[in-house]
Design a protein around this ligand. Structure first.
Ligand code: 5AD
Ligand code: SF4
Length: 440
């Protein structure tokens, strides 16, 4: 059997990693991956529900796939990930796109071989597998990792925070920390097989261990992973400001392999808005975390997520976000226009902000951020930095791309056999999104 699958992934790194597991499982079932959707026997969409545009992208794709399915009924169309976790969205999908054969969620991808068996061998017409929470999701599945020098490692699943705008606690269930010995063993195995960098994944990595009653927490995990041979860089996403403390900052500082970079989503610079978002910290507390991190680790790079146009956000609230951005001087930021999400408390508010104002604030935020990113990047000119080479540049074929320890994207000319190596690059140019230089 030489069956082919095509997978398209929407959303965050958690989804990207789930797709590496889904691909690994399919490889183990004799399926080969193809990048040509038209030729695939199995088409899978790993979906995201975080904002409305992510949702709409799936509907657009399903519209296109309908043609393929009509032409060949043997093709299997599957939708998985965050969207089908929501009952209303799932029902809408079933009604509008009745040709979808297989639906599974964020807590059942490990059952994929059995689900496919039901369709292929038992000839079931529609197979659906959704559970809200799962304590027995198998992590030890085959993984088809995208890179052979850097890897994702799950340390926790789910989220307990219920930020009022966010759908994640409803799509990924309650917070569950993975057994620390399992994590350490996985990282040791990665180190032994040549991986140089790991990224620890969780919705809120610094609450690691809070659901396990043995006082072993995220800083302890960082210290243990720092000892693993072969691994040279340890990253983690995301951290929640409410859980930042001196112990956490000190662990980053002490552990030489832990990159001096924190992704610390602020969401808004207004204490009133933060309270309504249920973020559990104030503007002043956030600024204090940043001061603490910068005081302890002088070269720390701080990135963030910001939402514009949260319900009830006034011009003053938005100006508080602009002034916070100015004060922190973020190295990079993901910016989002607030999007009403099903089932969330903010989505039910009657004081939603007009679309035009949301967009206008978004544009003003970018105008504020871009010169800050560029100014931060300009400070690299003349410096020689260690870069882990990731790939050939997508835009310029003769260029390679990689990242500094601080997470800066670097472009430089070099041979493809440097991919996966750490090289020294002298920086000569700085732009808003990247720095450029020459190998020394
Ligand atoms: N609208 C806009 N942005 C959102 N995010 C989460 N939910 C929403 C929403 N409803 C953003 C937050 C979060 C990031 C992953 O996505 O900034 O940190
Ligand atoms: Fe969503 Fe808040 Fe949980 Fe992040 S911490 S996933 S924003 S609910």
């Amino acid at each position: 059997m030489n069956r082919q699958f095509y997978i398209e992934t929407f959303g965050c790194q958690m989804n990207e990693y789930d797709s590496e597991k889904i691909s690994g499982l399919l490889n183990s079932q004799g399926y080969m991956e193809t990048t040509l959707r038209d030729e695939a026997d199995l088409i899978i969409f790993n979906t995201c529900l975080i904002r409305e545009n992510a949702e709409n992208r799936l509907y657009g794709n399903l519209g296109e796939v309908k043609r393929l399915k009509l032409a060949n009924k043997e093709k299997i169309v599957a939708v998985c990930g965050c969207m089908p976790q929501n009952q209303k969205v799932r029902e809408k999908m079933l009604k509008m796109y009745p040709f979808v054969d297989l639906i599974f969620g964020t807590n059942t991808y490990d059952q994929l071989p059995e689900l496919l068996y039901d369709i292929e061998q038992k000839k079931k017409k529609k197979v659906i597998s959704i559970v809200e929470n799962s304590d027995n999701l198998k992590e030890e599945v085959p993984k088809s990792r995208k890179f052979s020098h850097k890897a994702f490692v799950n340390i926790m699943y789910g989220c307990n925070n219920f930020c009022s705008y966010c759908v994640v606690p409803y799509t990924r269930g309650r917070e569950r920390s993975r057994d620390r010995q399992e994590i350490i063993e996985e990282v040791i195995a990665l180190g032994l097989t040549g991986y140089k960098e790991i990224t620890l994944l969780g919705q809120n990595v610094n609450s690691y261990g809070n659901d396990i009653d043995d006082r072993y927490q995220f800083p302890d995990l960082l210290r243990d992973l720092n000892k693993v041979e072969g691994i040279e860089r340890i990253r983690f996403i995301s951290s929640h400001p409410k859980d930042v403390n001196l112990e956490f900052i000190k662990a980053i500082k002490e552990c030489n392999k832990v990159c001096s970079q924190i992704h610390l989503p602020v969401q808004s610079g207004s204490t009133k808005v933060l309270q309504e978002m249920n973020r559990k910290y104030s503007r002043e507390q956030y600024l204090e975390f940043v001061r603490m991190a910068k005081a302890e680790i002088s070269d720390i790079s701080i990135s963030t997520d910001i939402i514009t146009g949260f319900p009830g956000e006034t011009e003053d609230d938005f100006n508080d976000t602009l002034s916070l951005v100015e004060e922190v001087q973020f190295d990079s930021a993901f910016t989002f226009i607030y999007s009403i999400r099903p089932g969330t408390t903010a989505g039910k508010r009657t004081d939603q902000i007009d679309d035009k104002i949301k967009h206008e604030r978004f544009d003003r935020l970018l105008k504020k951020l871009y010169p800050i990113f560029e100014a931060n990047n300009l400070q690299y000119i003349g410096r020689t930095v260690a870069v882990l080479v990731d790939d050939v540049s997508k835009n310029k074929e003769t260029y390679l791309t990689g990242r500094t320890e601080s997470g800066k994207l670097v472009h430089f000319v070099g041979d493809n056999d440097l991919i996966g190596q750490i090289v020294n690059v002298r920086i000569e140019k700085a732009r808003t999104w990247y720095i450029e230089g020459t190998i020394v």
